[in-house]
Design a protein around this ligand. Structure first.
Ligand SMILES: [Fe+2]
Length: 529
C-alpha cells in the first residue's frame, strides 16, 4: 500500500514536470469530438504577477460528477486583448491529467503589467466560456487605485450565490477569498438547495465532487471568470476546526482516527489544488516533501505597484492544536483564567516557518497599504457580558502570543497602513488592531475588516450587540446579513462598503450597502460614513 502510494506520487511528479516543461502531446489526443460540454465547471484565473497569471479549468464528463477515464486530454489555451480573440497575445497546449481530475493550471508568461486580458480553452470541438483576467502593476509603478472584494464561507446548501451575481457589477480588480470555499458536511437540515450525494467527505473523489458541485453554480462561475481570485482556505475545505495534522470534530465516530485524518487531509488538499487557479509549484513542492503528509503552500505576497502589498496567510495547515477545549472537543469557548496554555508563547497559529516568512515580508513591505488576508477574527473578542471572560480557542484568541508577535512585527517594521481582512465568523466585525488587547488605551496599529459569509448561516446574531459593547476596540458588528465587502484603496485612503443581501436563501436576492468606512493612509482610525 505504501509502495503504491509512493509510485503514484512519483508518477504525478513526473507528469507535472512534463507538463510544466511543455512536452509535445501524443497524437491520439489532438482531435476529440465531445458529446457533452466538458467545460461545465467554467474557467478561473489567479495568482497574478506583473507578467503572468494562472488560468484554470477542469474537464468533466456530463454533469458535475462525471469523470473522463484515465487518458490525458489535450487542451489548447488562448489569451487575447479582445473578447473575439482576433489577435492572440499568447497561446499554447496543456495536458489535463486524470491523476489531477483533468484539471488544467496554465501559467501564462510574457504578459504586460497592469493590463486586462481575455482567455479561453479549447479541446477538440469544445470551447470554454471566456474569462477575463489581469496582471499586477509593476512593483515600482505608481498606481492610483485598487478595488477588491473580500469574501468567505459559501456553504452551498445554505443559500444561493446571489452575492456573486452582484459582485460582478462591482468592477473589481481582484477577489480575495478567505476560506470555507466548500463544507465537508452532509446535507444541512432545512437545506435551501440539496443534492442526493451530499454526504460526509472522506475520499479524494468525494472532495472532488463537492468542489465540482460548487463550481457548477453559474453565479460563482461567472465571478471566477470576471477577474483573478486570491484564495486561501480555512477549516471546512478539510474538516471543522482541524489543526495541522490533528483532526477536528463533527465527523462520525469510526472515521476520525489520526491515520484517517492524514489521508483525508491529503485528499482534500489535492482536490483543493485541482479546483483552484494556483501555481503548480505550490503543489509539486508539497509532493516532493515526501513525508506522507501532503502540503500545499498557499501563503504568499503580491505587490500591487507602490499602492499596496497583499499578503495571504494560512492559519490552518501549520497551526498547533487548540488548548482547553470543552467536553473533549478540540475547540470551544474558554475562560483564559482557567487555561494558562492560551498564553503559551511556543504555540503558533501560522507555524514557525510561515511566521518567519511573514516577518520578512512585513520588513520588505512598501510604504503603501499592507493588506493581510487571513481566515478569522483578529482582534480579541470576549463573548460574555460582565467581568467574566470567554474566548474562542480556535481563532487568534486561542493563540494570543502569536497574535502579539504579529502586532509587534507591524510596529517593529513600521508598517505604515496595515489592514487585516478575515472571515469565518459569519458576521461583519470592523475594528482597530491594538498594540495590546488587554490595554484598551494602547495604540491602534492597524484596522480590521472581518467579513460575513456568502451563504453560511450565522447562529449568534442576537448576541452581536452585547459582544460589541464588551469589546470596544471594535467599532461595528452585525450578524443578520450575508454578503461581502468591497474595499477601494487609493494612495490617500481606503473606502470599504459592506455589501449585504436581503435574503441569501433566494436566487433573486437584492443587494444593499449596510455600512461604509474609510481610513486615511498612515493613520489607523476608522471613520464610519
Ligand atoms: Fe464558515
Amino acid at each position: 500500500m505504501r509502495t503504491a502510494h509512493r509510485m503514484d506520487r512519483r508518477r504525478l511528479l513526473q507528469l507535472a514536470a512534463a507538463v510544466a516543461a511543455g512536452v509535445s502531446l501524443p497524437a491520439f489526443c489532438l482531435v476529440r469530438r465531445w458529446g457533452a460540454d466538458p467545460f461545465l465547471l467554467g474557467v478561473a484565473s489567479g495568482a497574478p504577477e506583473p507578467e503572468s497569471v494562472v488560468l484554470w479549468t477542469r474537464l468533466i464528463a456530463a454533469g458535475p460528477f462525471g469523470t473522463l477515464g484515465d487518458e490525458p486530454i489535450s487542451v489548447r489555451w488562448e489569451v487575447a486583448h479582445d473578447m473575439n480573440f482576433s489577435g492572440l497575445v499568447r497561446s499554447g497546449e496543456a495536458l489535463a491529467l486524470s491523476e489531477l481530475a483533468h484539471s488544467v493550471h496554465v501559467e501564462v508568461l510574457g504578459l504586460a503589467p497592469d493590463r486586462w486580458y481575455f482567455y479561453r480553452f479549447i479541446s477538440g470541438d469544445a470551447i470554454s466560456p471566456t474569462g477575463r483576467t489581469r496582471t499586477l502593476p509593476a512593483p515600482d509603478a505608481v498606481v492610483g487605485r485598487l478595488r477588491m472584494a473580500y469574501a468567505s464561507c459559501q456553504r452551498w446548501e445554505h443559500g444561493y450565490y446571489s452575492a456573486y451575481r452582484h459582485m460582478r457589477e462591482e468592477q473589481l480588480d481582484l477577489v480575495m477569498f478567505l476560506g470555507d470555499y466548500i463544507y465537508e458536511y452532509p446535507n444541512a437540515t432545512a437545506a435551501v438547495r440539496s443534492f442526493p450525494k451530499l454526504g460526509w467527505l472522506t475520499t479524494l473523489q468525494e472532495y472532488r465532487e463537492r468542489h465540482a458541485l460548487h463550481r457548477s453554480d453559474p453565479d460563482l462561475q461567472a465571478m471566477h471568470a470576471a477577474c483573478p481570485w486570491l484564495l486561501v482556505w480555512d477549516d471546512h475545505e478539510v474538516q471543522n476546526d482541524y489543526a495541522g495534522l490533528q483532526a477536528g470534530d463533527g465527523f462520525p465516530l469510526g472515521l476520525n482516527s489520526a491515520a484517517d485524518f492524514a489521508a483525508r487531509r491529503a485528499a482534500a488538499y489535492q482536490a483543493y489544488y485541482e479546483h483552484m487557479p494556483l501555481r503548480a509549484a505550490a503543489f509539486k513542492r508539497a509532493l516532493a516533501a515526501g513525508d506522507g503528509s501532503a502540503q500545499l503552500r498557499l501563503y504568499s505576497q503580491l505587490r500591487f505597484g507602490r499602492l499596496a502589498d497583499l499578503l495571504l496567510l494560512d492559519t490552518r495547515q501549520y497551526r498547533d492544536p487548540q488548548v482547553c477545549g470543552p467536553r473533549g472537543r478540540p475547540s470551544g469557548l474558554v475562560d483564559p483564567l482557567l487555561c494558562a496554555a492560551l498564553q503559551d508563547p511556543t504555540r503558533s497559529l501560522l507555524g514557525a516557518q510561515q511566521e518567519q516568512w511573514l516577518d520578512q515580508s512585513l520588513a520588505r513591505a512598501g510604504s503603501g497599504w499592507t493588506v493581510i488576508g487571513q481566515q478569522t477574527l483578529f482582534g480579541r473578542r470576549d463573548n460574555l457580558a460582565g467581568p467574566a471572560v470567554s474566548l474562542w480557542n480556535d481563532g487568534w484568541d486561542g493563540y494570543a502570543a502569536a497574535r502579539t508577535r504579529l502586532t509587534d512585527a507591524l510596529q517593529k517594521h513600521r508598517v505604515g497602513s496595515p489592514v487585516l481582512l478575515g472571515g469565518d465568523v459569519h458576521e461583519n466585525w470592523i475594528g482597530h488592531v491594538k498594540a495590546d488587547y488587554l490595554r484598551p488605551d494602547s495604540a491602534a496599529v492597524g484596522v480590521e475588516f472581518c467579513g460575513t459569509s456568502i451563504t453560511s448561516r450565522a447562529g449568534g446574531a442576537a448576541k452581536v450587540a452585547q459582544r460589541l459593547a464588551e469589546n470596544p476596540h471594535f467599532v461595528f458588528a452585525e450578524g443578520r446579513h450575508r454578503g461581502y465587502g468591497v474595499t477601494e484603496f487609493t494612495p490617500a485612503r481606503l473606502s470599504t462598503q459592506l455589501r449585504v443581501l436581503d435574503d441569501a436563501t433566494r436566487p433573486d436576492a437584492r443587494i444593499e450597502t449596510l455600512a461604509r468606512f474609510s481610513v486615511q493612509a498612515g493613520r489607523p482610525l476608522l471613520e464610519q460614513h
